[in-house]
Design a protein around this ligand. Structure first.
Ligand code: G4P
Length: 290
């Protein structure tokens, strides 16, 4: 279930996370490797204070590996931050983070005290999947409720790491228009404010510019049309997305394109690079970053 965020929700989420933070040694922030900028919540930095943060670039199986490496380098230069790319749906992969967690809080590990960790992130980045994979059983509550529940339980993951069973759920970047589109392209938000067709057109425009070979190969095209709409027309006709009278069914072809992109049928596609991050971050209004 998608969460609709409004200021009251955001305030409540922050307050609840602040309350549990004194019992947390390390924050594990889950992001979508295809859109690290748009799936990151700047409030995490304020909420975690001096605690170290492990940034998990999740769904890396769907991202462009070259760009994921750029992001890993980018984050590893930030103080108190380590970054790791994961495909949480692959068995055993999630447990890679355990050694890193110990390394990042050496004092507690040396004293023989458990490292207390908490997973945070916006909806749909894979927080519950990660919790369940780490725990080795389905414990994360299904359904997105903002922030954390009061009845947090701690589970021991072995190796001296404990994890809160409920993630801190934060809101996605709200006011950057490109972020809204990119979140919609990846399926992180199902936002009625952006029509499905517009999302597909945004995706095609991006792919024509950055991943033309992936489009040619997936849709068996020698040449690509220049305009996004023309491209959808071409593949709509190829896939039989037509209404009576041979008119293109734009909704249907948009659905096909987005489904194939989201499931990795076009190969690894990343919608943001660290350069885009720097560029768009400075143009954001200050109110967005808390
Ligand atoms: P959340 O708690 O952060 O809200 O996310 P959740 O774990 O529910 O995961 C959201 C969707 O992402 C799930 O798919 C899950 O299987 C998928 N997912 C999580 N980690 C990975 C990953 O590393 N790689 C890939 N490819 N997928 C991952 P779903 O239940 O099918 O939901 P949806 O995609 O239909 O929304």
């Amino acid at each position: 279930m998608a969460v609709t965020w409004y200021p009251g929700h955001m305030h409540k989420a922050q307050k609840q996370i602040k309350e549990v933070m004194p019992q947390v040694d390390l924050v594990i922030e889950v992001m979508d490797a295809r859109i690290p900028f748009s799936s990151e919540n700047p409030a995490v930095k304020t909420l975690r204070g001096p605690r170290p943060c492990l940034k998990v670039l999740n769904k890396s199986d769907l991202a462009d590996p070259v760009i994921t490496t750029q992001w890993l380098n980018y984050y590893s230069q930030q103080e108190g931050v380590r970054a790791l790319a994961l495909n949480t749906t692959r068995k055993g992969e999630a447990r890679k983070i355990l050694n890193l967690c110990r390394e990042m809080v050496p004092l507690r590990a040396q004293r023989g005290e458990p490292v207390r960790t908490m997973i945070m992130g916006i909806p749909n980045v894979g927080k519950s999947t990660l919790i369940n994979a780490l725990a080795g059983r389905a414990i994360a509550k299904v359904g997105d409720e903002p922030a954390v529940t009061k009845q947090q339980q701690r589970i021991s993951l072995g190796n001296g790491i404990v994890l809160s069973d409920t993630p801190g759920i934060l809101w996605p970047r709200m006011e950057n228009e490109n972020s809204g589109y990119r979140l919609a392209v990846t399926g992180a938000i199902k936002n009625a404010a952006i029509s499905f067709e517009d999302v597909a057109l945004y995706a095609v425009e991006f792919l024509l510019q950055h991943y033309p070979e992936a489009l040619k190969s997936r849709y068996r095209l020698e040449e690509l049309p220049i305009a996004a709409m023309d491209f959808l027309e071409v593949i709509g006709r190829k896939r039989g997305c037509l209404r009576a009278g041979g008119v293109l069914d734009l909704h249907k072809v948009s659905e096909i394109l987005l489904k194939e992109l989201r499931s990795g049928k076009l190969g690894g596609v990343s919608l943001e690079t660290p350069a885009v991050f720097d560029e768009e971050k400075v143009t954001e209004r200050p109110s967005e970053s808390v």
